[in-house]
Write a protein that binds this ligand. Structure first.
Ligand code: SF4
Ligand code: SF4
Length: 317
């Protein structure tokens, strides 16, 4: 194990730096076996339902969770920009946050021990990422797992992603990415030799709807999905969003596209996940899907039946 760390650290790519939002160990949902998922910051789409809204921008950002605050005022003492201040005197004093003055320096998060202030986005080198990743190499080997690079969108920091994937391959670790496939094909051509699996999204089949809900056309995405399915094993996933694509008609259209693809391990419906709602509040962003629930019962059964038109294995998460 130590010799493997030494092999992949300190090389030319080991010094390359990127912006990481999180490194999640012991993940069971981001590919086969036990995995470490590295979340990169920055996306080239703006899906209105995104459940990781802190990854949309590539810049470091402050999240402020007022329900975790115990009123110790350490953050106000640390803030040099007048963004976090104490207002009032004595027992009536309270914390105030002026987002327009915040420069996302992270000083308040450094002193907040309750997790009420959290910075998303940390600059890391490939060596630093690999030091974390390699801690669990025995779990990967024993469970058929590995490393998944997710986001945000992997292709936004593709040079950094490529360097991590290459270091993983060199250490004998199974590699996967989660991607929206919205990038020049040449980006994926470079990543392919370092990959064992691609987990990709097919969100909406109708181009105008895709543009309306994600900010971009799906023409390039569908083209890239067809190409990559001829090169590597893929898992196709559709996040099922209330009022966007949660109809049998829409899922059947995507399923018929999936039917024509090669190397599909399975097609998976990701039922609506409300877990990101608190992040929208913490970032001061509007969430138009607030209060929505995951599809269940008869609706879930009908959507799964529509998905079976793909003639592949179908899963629902
Ligand atoms: S440091 Fe954290 S817990 Fe203390 S007042 Fe600031 S946000 Fe609240
Ligand atoms: S991130 Fe920096 S500028 Fe923003 S509130 Fe915290 S200390 Fe102040």
């Amino acid at each position: 194990m130590i010799s493997k760390i030494q092999n992949v650290k300190g090389g030319i790519t080991g010094d390359m730096r990127g912006i990481v939002t999180d490194i999640m160990r012991f993940s069971l949902k981001d590919g086969p076996g036990i995995r470490t998922t590295v979340f990169l910051k920055g996306c080239n789409m703006v899906c209105k339902w995104c459940h990781n809204p802190e990854t949309l921008s590539i810049k470091p950002q402050l999240l402020s969770y007022s329900d975790r605050c115990i009123g110790c005022f350490a953050c106000a003492m640390a803030c040099k920009y007048g963004a976090t201040v104490i207002e009032g005197y004595g027992p009536g004093s309270k914390l105030a946050f002026y987002k327009d003055k915040c420069v996302n320096c992270g000083a308040c998060a450094d002193v907040c021990y309750t997790g009420a202030r959290v910075m998303s986005g940390k600059e890391m080198s490939v060596d630093e990422v690999m030091t974390e990743v390699l801690q669990d190499i025995n779990y990967y080997q024993n469970s058929g797992g590995g490393v998944t690079i997710s986001g945000g969108e992997v292709s936004v920091q593709h040079e950094f992603a490529l360097a991590i994937l290459a270091a993983c391959k060199k250490a004998g670790i199974h590699t996967a990415i989660e991607t929206n496939m919205h990038a020049d094909w040449r980006v994926f051509e470079r990543l392919i030799p370092e990959l064992d699996l691609v987990m990709l999204d097919a969100k909406l089949f109708d181009n105008e709807s895709h543009r309306k809900w994600t900010g971009v056309s799906n023409s390039l995405i569908l083209e890239n999905i067809k190409k990559i399915s001829q090169c590597l094993p893929i898992i196709v996933r559709t996040p099922v969003i209330p009022g966007v694509n949660d109809t049998e008609e829409e899922i059947a259209k995507i399923a018929s596209f999936v039917k024509g693809l090669d190397n599909v391990e399975y097609y998976e419906l990701l039922l609506y996940n409300p877990l990101g709602e608190s992040k929208y509040q913490a970032l001061g962003m509007e969430n138009q899907f607030s209060g929505q629930k995951p599809q269940s019962g008869e609706k879930k059964r009908l959507l799964m039946k529509a998905a079976e038109a793909c003639d592949k294995v179908v899963k629902v998460l």
